[in-house]
Design a protein around this ligand. Sequence first.
Ligand code: ADP
Ligand code: MG
Length: 345
Amino acid sequence: MSRFCYIKFASAVLLLLAAFSTCPAKEEERSRPTGQLKRFTFVEAHMGTHFKIILYAKDRATAEQAAKAAFARIAQLDGIMSHYRLTSELMQLCLKSDDKPVKVSSDLFAVLWQAQKMAEQSNGAFDVTIGPVVRLWRRCRLKNKLPTPQELAQARSLVGFRNLVLDPKHQTVQLKQPGMRLDLGGIGKGFAADKAIETLARLGVDRALVSAGGDIVVSKPPPDSDGWRIGIAPLEDPDARPERFIFLADAAIATSGDAERYVEIDGIRYSHIVDPRTGLGLVGRISATVIAPDGTTADALATTLNILGEKGLPLIEKTPGASGLIHRKVDNKDVLIKSKRFPDH
Ligand code: ADP
Ligand code: MG
């Protein structure tokens, strides 16, 4: 369960998260000891972003061993879930798929299972079969050009979560249409952060924070506090120093939006998040922050809330332990809409 000391909203909230240095594999030890435990920080590049681990351990050797194992777990998951690497288990599944059930690893099955749950609950707004359309958008971003109606129709014809069939008994995945491409970009970082926290806990490190860009998962709080202090940066400038903070323990928080990855074509700004109903990147400045019991749920829900906007709030309300905040820019004004449980103070 999450615990909060307080939360305050800036006038232009959002686009979280913990301010961090970008030096890969840097480790620092705070001079201030907290009881028997000391604080250590590690950063490594994975999944196209920087993963940061902050943990408390009794000594440097324990800290280093735990961080190394957690990063190794993240790297392993990248090798499974990446939609960039042709050698990943995910891509091999897509490339070799011929409408037959394929046995997959328990990690891949678990993340796909969660993804399909979100697809059902969001009525297909969140859909990891969106791959062909996302790829088309990526190309458009490079060329600064909208796709042609034919290109869009072709890509969209390969999208549909009901054509992704999972069998939990045999741990198999079936792609029912040739040419389908799965994309775990909206859920994978949260899943990897969850697994990293689990790895740390197995090694006896249960006071830790794992962040992956806009996704953060925390276990027990630092020894001298009630929660992990997480900064919320302004929507316009995600690199700006956060002015507001929330405190989290045993929970996850994810922010998703178009602040960093978007394309502007003919004066219209399109997000890297695609609305499966149109096949187009989302239009209009929006960002969504979701707090949930785990990173996988928070990550997927934050992406979903971008797509559904206010209509996604009932889904947040009915998800145990979840709360959310939507931040829109309307006529240059900040509009903040939150779910009932999103903490005020
Ligand atoms: P970020 O990757 O910036 O943290 P998100 O978690 O919102 O942001 O994930 C966005 C990514 O999710 C996109 O880059 C793409 O890979 C994937 N994606 C885009 N649209 C959808 C969608 N409708 N459903 C599921 N995944 C999506
Ligand atoms: Mg997401």
